[in-house]
Design a protein around this ligand. Sequence first.
Ligand code: 2AM
Ligand code: CA
Length: 265
Amino acid sequence: MQGSANLNVMLKAARKAGRSLVKDFREVENLQVGTKGPGDFVSRADTAAEAILKDELMGARPNYGFLGEEGTQIEGKDPTRRWIVDPLDGTTNFLHGMPHWAISIALEHKGEIVSAVVFDPAKDEMFYAEKGAGAWMNDSQRLRVSGRTKMIETVYATGLPFGGAKYLPACLQDLARLLPVCAGVRRWGAASLDLAYVAAGRFDGYWERGLQPWDIAAGILIVREAGGFVEPIREGQDMLADGNVVAGAAGIFEPFANIIRDREA
Ligand code: 2AM
Ligand code: CA
């Protein structure tokens, strides 16, 4: 795909932050055995990755705004354009030495995501999309959501509630309704990659509650450009602000979303 100049800025920034995180990820294994644990080290890795992304993205587009998970918030001179960045999505995996984490970068223009990158440096998989130009992986692989239509053959991703039980009853109810009618549910711990995997047709669908804008901004566009649907769980909500999403391939979206929305199919 011949990407825009903005997309090329995003890809370059993701690769640079990815190199820094891969180097730090190798250290994490050594630190696991120490008494202090790798917690502080991982926080520093996360912050360093956000600084790299901020320098690259703001260096190339000084007028844009910036919203980053690690606290960088910049009002742009151009109020219509904003980077939405998660420097390390899947921090718990990173901390535990599990190679499933990503860098997520979205570009918002007038409230709409127009370019998106989700990069998994450990597997060297770069997922990206631009509005109207499709979704892609690495150099030239076009992404398409799955074509499955039989619920019993479909596999879903979700996030189980952590550190507090706010969404636990809803989540357990979802699982009780979905597990008997599908082929499985996975909890891999990085929302941006869950969405990228829906775009790639690996997962047939994904849902989760209580997410932050930087977890999902890039993934939403990648799924849509791969031909899938992403909607707020409660219809009519602003998805980025609400943080409760249901995503899936066209062939199963309706029955799947009905289960998550607790409606009869
Ligand atoms: P993070 O690593 O950037 O914080 C999905 O469950 C999302 O919740 C992840 O993308 C993850 O983003 C966030 N999250 C925060 N704390 C988590 C935890 N303890 N376990 C799993 N996910 C967590
Ligand atoms: Ca995240």
